[in-house]
Design a protein around this ligand. Structure first.
Ligand code: C2E
Ligand code: CA
Ligand code: CA
Ligand code: CA
Length: 280
């Protein structure tokens, strides 16, 4: 009985420490969002599979806190979702990406389109297309330079409203990718009704394909074949090894993304490595 009580007290303390940590992180994130300090966007290149030309980039948010150090998106994005900070965080990222694209244009760099990840909350927030339009206009960006990535689960609940929202974004020339394809419900039929442009095959399939697993080969064959029939472009995500790249040669994949081809890097580094300067 004695032990039981001790165990209980121990458990309570653990819980409190967890809560304290969550609360500290939440407060810190709130502050960082207000000041903008420590929030950064990294850019990972996507290349054409055939020919190897740079095609576009994916924007990935980074958060560095003076006390906590670098916090992984896998930790602070779910936190932001829970405590209602995802919409302001998402807006901050979009704003930073637009400002960066405008800066590259001013510096005489030839920018490539940048895709921004949208959380469900942000996607369904008031008038996203209107917000995007205002943002592009404010930064003097031509349509087509900004795109979005959305996961399947975001779109599945309310397909009709989703279609309207996506069409609103398409009207500004935004590319629209289904992210992590294959990990959600994967009802293939819904693809033909949604005005999306791109399918990103999740890293887990690419990994197993590289290991020669027959099941994933069948899935990759089916998904890429179908996507092509539907006129979508196909991205293989998370390509890490030569073996994976070679395995992908057999399927109609348009773009490759992954550590083998390029890590997510700061804007400055991305420009240095990937964006040509126009000759004056
Ligand atoms: P995601 O959208 O699927 O992004 C791809 C993740 O895989 C990124 O992790 C990227 O750094 C990582 N990655 C890229 N290539 C490779 C590879 O070859 N191997 C491996 N092992 N990983 C690779 P990151 O940056 O930690 O982001 C994790 C997730 O956090 C993202 O997954 C996305 O869901 C979310 N996220 C990141 N930035 C944002 C954002 O600005 N807004 C929203 N809503 N979500 C974001
Ligand atoms: Ca993504
Ligand atoms: Ca992904
Ligand atoms: Ca993911």
């Amino acid at each position: 009985k004695q032990e039981g009580r001790n165990a209980y007290r121990f458990f309570r303390i653990e819980m409190n420490q967890q809560d304290d940590r969550q609360l500290m992180l939440e407060t810190a994130l709130r502050n960082s969002l207000e000041t903008g300090e420590g929030i950064e966007v990294h850019y990972q290149p996507l290349f054409e599979r055939d020919g190897g030309r740079l095609h576009s980039a994916e924007a990935l948010v980074r958060w560095h806190h003076p006390l906590f150090g670098s916090v992984a998106p896998g930790d602070f994005i779910p936190l932001a979702e829970r405590v209602g900070l995802m919409v302001p965080l998402g807006e901050r990222v979009l704003q930073m990406v637009c400002a960066q694209l405008a800066a590259w244009q001013r510096e005489g760099r030839e920018p490539v389109p940048v895709a921004v990840n949208l959380s469900a909350r942000q996607f369904w927030h008031n008038d996203l297309p209107g917000q995007v339009a205002a943002m592009l206009e404010a930064h003097g960006l031509p349509p087509g330079l900004v795109g979005f990535e959305i996961t399947e689960s975001t779109l599945l609940d309310k397909q009709q409203q989703a279609t309207k929202l996506l069409q609103g974004l398409r009207d500004f020339g935004c590319s629209l990718a289904i992210d992590d394809f294959g990990t959600g419900y994967s009802s293939l039929s819904y693809l033909q009704d949604l005005p999306v442009t791109t399918l990103k095959i999740d890293r887990s399939f690419i990994q197993r394909l590289g290991e020669g697993e027959r099941g994933s080969a069948a899935i990759v064959a089916a998904v890429t074949g179908m996507a092509h029939e539907l006129g979508l472009s196909v991205v293989a995500e998370g390509v890490e090894t030569e073996a994976q790249r070679r395995a992908l040669d057999r399927y109609p994949v348009d773009l490759l993304q992954g550590f083998l081809l390029g890590y997510p890097v700061t804007a400055a580094r991305f420009a240095r490595s990937h964006l040509a300067s126009r000759q004056h």
